[in-house]
Write a protein that binds this ligand. Sequence first.
Ligand code: PLP
Length: 396
Amino acid sequence: MTSPYAEHFPALRSGFSYLDNAAGAQVPSHCIHAISQFLTGGSCNVGQPYAASQVATALKARARAETAEFLHCLPEEVMLGPSATALTFQVGRALSRLFKAGDEVVISELEHESNAAPWRALEAQGVKVKTWRAHWPEGRLEPADLRALVTPRTRLVAVTAAANSVGATPELAAVAEVAHGVGAWVFVDAVHSSPHHLPDLRAWGADFAVFSPYKVFGPHLGCLYVRRGLLAGLPADKLWFVPDDSPQKFEPGTANHEGWAGWLGSLAYLREVLGGGQPGREGLVRAFQRIEELERPLLETTLERLSRHPRVSLYGPKQPQGRVATFCFNVTGLPPRAVAEHLARQGVGVAAGHYYATLAADALGLMPDGAVRASLLHYNTQEDVERLMAGLDSLP
Ligand SMILES: Cc1ncc(COP(=O)(O)O)c(C=O)c1O
């Protein structure tokens, strides 16, 4: 049986089991049509008085406003860009002009390299980078351990909303409390969590955050949030005439307008198909309640089946709480790549490697080969899980 959501996601009609969603989600027709419609209407840049340019101008404003609804923040706190990694490096360069030798940055051990490398680069100017160790193999981050690491010199704490390796979901509000307690900022990587849980920047207390629409059923884009009040003081690389308090300071060059049109289509899918047609954030809240209902049985079955498989060593949280449906595991006697290749021949797409979460892979002793990763989203089915398990059972 193909996914009941294949009606909306053309790629799912092939019957292939897409279980590498952590590397990017499939996109609904809403997104594809919105891109096509934008380009058909006349591809052009923003800011000019003719009709097609005005469409592009309005589209960019709408993309900013609707992304703010998605993140639960203000439109002027939203910056649209090419990828979370590129945007995080941009912030890193700006902060390098503010941070001094002897200042400190804390990076959690669950971070994707995109939320580690830009901060490690600050070491060249004497910034001390500390690692907030997780408890393994669950990948649990304890706020008490963070409390012991931070000092009055701590300027930034980099933490993920969900680990793209083992799927663990740290308590962000507790992280913000500890960081803010010593006057540090919090940089949240919401890339992996955002197709599972609707971001809530107000509740998280984040000062900076990134997510990538391509993980949330949209095109290949990235997005940065900077808390109001911080933006004007950030010495970003920008064109001289861009005002200091404008989100454009982190949006150099011409934007991917068709991509942002597609992202608006993806948000329409969420509201219309999963959110009962409710407009605004309310529609997104409902959509993610539905996503939770759809994902929960998939998460529970996969966790249970992988946990009791005789050849599988599963890393990450052992309970459905405090995790998303991302499963990182190895199979006795086989390198992860061989497992992924075998599964690909059975019509199941999974990842093998470290997926840029090298701190976690190191801590688990998995370098250089890493592990297999199966990551599920709401459009996956119990049949996908069965096929994964049958593929594992048929391994040589
Ligand atoms: C947790 C996490 N953070 C950051 C990234 C990087 O995102 P982007 O590809 O938009 O740079 C990824 C990509 O896989 C990710 O999983």
